[in-house]
Design a protein. Structure first.
Length: 173
């Protein structure tokens, strides 16, 4: 039996790690010690920007950015799935245009930071985004930590209807 394709995290392993996560100390308590879950660890693991601006500190836009509205119009359904985003990225022409940047950002947020139980983007993140925003200016690490802590508080182990929707990839790494 080969391991040709890995397209998910086994539920038992994920539950084991999340069960041992302590959101108060932001540590994973393992039998032989603890693993700190902090901005430095996230930055080292993923190399994502630790910019100067927290996304949540950006003003909430009264109306979505016009380019973001046009991007969103490409997806008539309420929830945008990561599979749809990956398909859009894969078939793009590679230009650094607004649609490509938004597809990548949304896919990143859905998979790595915060998602709906159905595996889709929570629409509120688009309230702070414009296509002119330099994504490297954003400090993504605290956003991951905040969402992980918040998602943990609503999670119940081994309840299929209530999966952990936080930064599971970070905890697993």
């Amino acid at each position: 039996m080969g391991f040709d394709k890995v397209d998910g995290i086994p539920a038992k392993l994920a539950n084991y790690v999340v069960d041992r996560f302590n959101p108060s100390t932001m540590e994973i308590n393992m039998p032989y010690g603890t693993i700190k879950v902090n901005t430095e660890a996230i930055h080292k693991l993923l190399g994502i920007p630790c910019g100067a601006v927290r996304l949540t500190s950006l003003p909430k836009l009264d109306e979505k950015d016009e380019a973001v509205k046009k991007w969103k119009d490409r997806f008539p359904e309420r929830f945008v799935s990561p599979t749809k985003m990956a398909d859009m990225i894969e078939t793009s022409d590679g230009d650094d245009n607004c649609n490509f940047r938004m597809d990548f950002l949304v896919c990143f947020v859905i998979v790595m930071i915060d998602c709906h139980k159905r595996g889709c983007l929570r629409p509120g993140i688009l309230d702070h985004i414009t296509c002119n925003l330099n994504f490297t200016d954003i400090d993504w690490c605290p956003l991951m930590l905040d969402k992980t802590k918040k998602c943990y508080n609503g999670w119940r182990s081994n309840v299929p209807s209530n999966p952990f929707t936080g930064a599971l990839t970070i905890l697993m790494l």
